[in-house]
Design a protein around this ligand. Structure first.
Ligand SMILES: [Zn+2]
Length: 154
């Protein structure tokens, strides 16, 4: 059985080139599975609701995993690896945080906490509405029609 990578436009190795190792989808880990599916960007796979079928039918080649996922001297990649490379719908630079789920999750939690803290701040009550003093503002009368408030006055 010859496997093809399910990432759109991912080319199989040419004859004589090193054969890519194919990875199975992490169907037992729903959170990680969802990230994989989104990053792979294959709409057939996205619409495939039967996880077992997806597991049987789809593979991802090793080109999509950064050095953060590699275990030196082994064919296996780290268990919580996420794809980051050569993906049509994912263009972030590979970091520990987007290549390995444990760090991804940690960062996500930190971000959530930060957002929650911000939301729970009391509404400012004694702050007056912003007033604009035409004399001291950066309005530029000659350019106003064209460029608006932040017009270049030189
Ligand atoms: Zn591939």
């Amino acid at each position: 059985m010859v496997w093809y990578c399910c990432v759109p436009n991912c080319k199989p190795p040419k004859q004589g080139e090193k054969v890519f190792i194919m990875r199975m989808l992490p169907i037992r880990d729903p959170e990680r599975y969802k990230i994989w599916i989104n990053r792979i960007g294959n709409s057939d796979l996205k619409n495939c609701e039967d996880l077992k079928e997806a597991y049987k039918k789809y593979r991802v080649c090793e080109r999509h995993f950064s050095s953060h996922c590699i275990i030196t001297g082994e064919k296996q990649i780290k268990r919580d690896s996420l794809l980051t490379l050569h993906l049509p719908s994912f263009h972030e630079e590979s970091s520990r945080e987007n290549s390995l789920f444990r760090f991804f999750k940690k960062k996500q939690q930190e971000t959530n906490i930060a957002v929650k803290d911000f939301a729970s701040l009391p509404e400012p009550s004694n702050v007056p509405d912003l007033e604009i003093d035409i004399q001291t503002s950066t309005l530029c009368p000659t350019n106003l029609g064209k460029t608006g408030l932040m017009g270049n006055c030189t």
